[in-house]
Design a protein around this ligand. Structure first.
Ligand SMILES: C[S@@+](CC[C@H](N)C(=O)[O-])C[C@H]1O[C@@H](n2cnc3c(N)ncnc32)[C@H](O)[C@@H]1O
Length: 171
């Protein structure tokens, strides 16, 4: 089977995250594994933990990124974010792309959990592809409010081509 290239929207988002070789990164909703691949190729001593609640998402990520799993750089698990078990103050960066839980419903518990798991100075990066049906201002407003309520300092980045919005919460 032909392996799909990492899309430009993911490449742009990972550039914004400025991944360091020793970062500890969590991805929520890894899906096809594009983000995992783009991040793992930048890690050296760092580690990545990727979760998706769907079996097919986890299978696709494992297939795409098996070399990083074998190298001990990547762990992939089928779990819902609400049940995440990671020690507190362990993560440098949290990444989620097109994961709508941050703007379609109350996500206060999940965002608080992520705030606790990040190191001081760590950050959460929520990206949204603007071609989708929901309006960008609505996504920015709801995601920003959720991050602010949990104690993050929030900033927004926007790009035209690829059309991506990023809501960044710094601890
Ligand atoms: C639209 S897909 C995006 C996949 C990938 N991030 C991308 O941009 O190509 C959203 C993914 O997030 C996962 N997801 C949604 N809510 C989740 C949650 N609460 N915990 C874990 N995974 C979740 C879904 O199963 C799905 O695979």
């Amino acid at each position: 089977m032909r392996v799909q290239q990492i899309p430009a929207r993911i490449r742009w988002a990972v550039e914004v995250m400025d991944i360091r070789p020793d970062d500890h990164v969590l991805e929520i909703g890894c899906g096809a594994g594009y983000g995992v691949e783009a991040i793992c190729e930048r890690l050296e001593t760092g580690k990545m933990f990727a979760i998706d609640r769907s079996e097919s998402g986890v299978d696709r990520t494992k297939r795409r990124a098996h070399k990083y799993i074998e190298a001990g750089r990547l762990t992939v698990r089928q779990i819902d974010l609400a049940t995440l078990r990671v020690p507190v103050r362990r993560l440098d960066k949290v990444f989620a792309f097109n994961v709508n839980l941050f703007w379609v419903r109350d996500c206060a518990d999940e965002v608080t959990l992520l705030h606790e798991r990040l190191v001081a100075g760590g950050a959460i990066y929520l990206f949204y592809e603007v071609t989708r049906t929901q309006s960008a201002p609505e996504v920015i407003k709801k995601s920003s409010a959720a991050l602010l309520d949990a104690g993050f300092r929030v900033s927004v980045v926007e790009n035209k081509a690829p059309a991506v919005v990023g809501i960044i919460g710094r601890k």
